[in-house]
Design a protein around this ligand. Structure first.
Ligand SMILES: Cc1ncc(COP(=O)(O)O)c(C=O)c1O
Length: 458
């Protein structure tokens, strides 16, 4: 039996969870939440002593895996002794300065100015506000944000408004005005004879005309992930980012790369913006910045974006108490030190082909229509009919994904996500320390479960 550092017995924990803990994005009825008590490397253990391979890295976040608690904890302890807290409102402190310096070294181009927040939603929220105030400081009133269909950018009202997932938005409408949603880079359901070049042109035309129709002089920001997670790891077609950058330049719109998932190594480069040569005006990041050992995120702005805020009386009229918290910064700094020392990003770069090749074996299964993604960031799209690419309807998704796949994968000791915010996919995004051993377990377990799912359908 596993031990955990709590005064409660496992039964008491389960009862208290049922009575008091409100889980995020979780159906509560009859749900007995697994209680995860410890982690090591790519693996987690629950309160019954059962081990799981975490093929989702927390939530696309635990880059270095779960074994660096001692080292990160020591960095946190030392910071607690020296200065447990001070704010970034008007004051600086060494760890926030050092971390901002470090991030500015790692981000591409002239993304040199770092504004700290507590997580991804706050980063997106702050980027939109920054874009609005940037234009205002230059004598323009622009407020609209452009996102992509089915994209997820967080849950605070501003970030939620940019989300392209109708089901997440609907309960909270009316949302923050105004947002536009353009096509994402899902190529799987496009006409099979469409060339990559035609696809790129089609997407850029859609973006261009959306901005034209909205009135370019009202549009503040385009926010897109280098590889879109929701819908299943949509990678950009050739020429896409160059075209998006050109459209933003033509209309004077700021381009923000939402790197909450792709930042800090997931694609095999420090940032997706570097990987695809995006040249954004801003980057939003969180999760991997601290490998999720701390709740810290950031907006990183280019020299051009910070310029109107640099004169004597200007300021960005925005802040949060915990932005740049010294203990969170100390942990993030330690994480980046570990990532460099252990060559974590190089590990992704070196193993990405082998990972893809291992997952590609699953394409032989009749239910697997597509494998998408890059680096350590993949999705398998599930289909009813491979020839026609026909997808599952809502009721089938309910029985297949929620009723069978998710619980079966978990039962077999694999944590990954069966997701139907777009067409049904299995998302695979392990810690960046994963090696062939983990790739084999992931592909083996998913293969077994999908085989069984198909025989049930058949
Ligand atoms: C691309 C992207 N942006 C923003 C967010 C929101 O981040 P958080 O959950 O830390 O608020 C997420 C979360 O998954 C994300 O994937």
């Amino acid at each position: 039996m596993s031990t955990t550092s709590t005064a409660m017995s496992i039964d008491q924990l389960q009862q208290a969870a049922r009575d008091h803990l409100w889980l995020h994005f979780t159906r509560m009825g009859g749900h007995e939440p697994p209680i995860i008590v410890r982690g090591e490397g790519c693996y987690l253990e629950d309160s019954n002593g059962k081990r799981y391979l975490d093929a989702l890295a927390g939530l696309f976040a635990v880059q270095v895996g779960y074994s660096y608690g001692e080292e990160m904890g020591q960095a946190a302890l030392e910071q607690m002794r020296e200065l447990p807290f001070y704010t970034n409102w008007s004051y600086a402190h060494p760890r926030a300065i050092e971390l901002a310096h470090e991030i500015a070294q790692l981000t591409p181009g002239d993304l040199n100015r770092v504004f700290f927040v507590s997580g991804g939603s706050e980063a997106v929220e702050s980027a939109w506000k920054l874009a609005r105030q940037y234009h205002q400081a230059r004598g323009e009133r622009r407020w609209k944000a452009v996102g992509r269909r089915v994209a997820y950018h967080g849950t605070t009202m501003g970030a939620l408004s940019i989300n392209g997932i109708a089901a997440l938005r609907a309960p909270f409408e009316p949302l923050v005005p105004d947002t536009l949603h353009v096509r994402n880079t899902n190529r799987y359901h496009r006409p099979p004879d469409e060339t990559e070049e035609d696809f790129t042109a089609f997407l850029l035309e859609d973006l261009d005309s959306a901005i034209e129709q909205a009135g370019p002089e009202t549009v503040a920001m385009v926010l897109m992930e280098p590889v879109q997670n929701a819908g299943g790891a949509f990678t950009p077609p050739a020429g896409y980012w160059k075209g998006v950058r050109e459209i933003c330049d033509r209309y004077g719109v700021l381009l923000c790369a939402d790197e909450v998932i792709t930042g800090f190594g997931r694609l095999g480069s420090w940032f997706g913006s570097e990987h695809y040569d995006i040249k954004p005006d801003m980057i939003t990041c969180a999760k991997g910045l601290s490998s999720a050992y701390a709740s810290i995120g950031a907006v990183v702005a280019s020299d051009r974006v910070v310029e109107p805020f640099l004169n004597d009386t200007s300021m960005y009229t925005h802040g949060i108490t915990f932005g740049g918290h010294p203990v969170q910064c100390a942990i993030a700094l330690k994480n980046l030190e570990i990532m460099k020392r252990e060559r974590i990003v190089e590990n992704v770069h070196d193993n990405a082909d082998a990972f893809r090749a291992t997952l590609a074996q699953l394409l032989d299964l009749p239910i697997v229509g597509d494998l998408r993604g890059t680096g350590y960031f993949y999705a398998l799209e599930l289909v009813k009919n491979k020839e026609t690419r026909e997808t599952f309807n809502d009721a089938e998704c309910e029985t297949l994904l929620r009723g069978f796949l998710s619980p079966q994968l978990f039962e077999k000791g694999l944590i990954c996500r069966a997701d139907d915010r777009g067409d049904p996919v299995i998302q695979i995004s392990p810690p960046l320390i994963a090696t062939q051993k983990e790739f084999d377990i992931i592909a083996g377990t998913i293969g077994e479960v999908l085989d069984e799912a198909w025989s049930r359908i058949a």
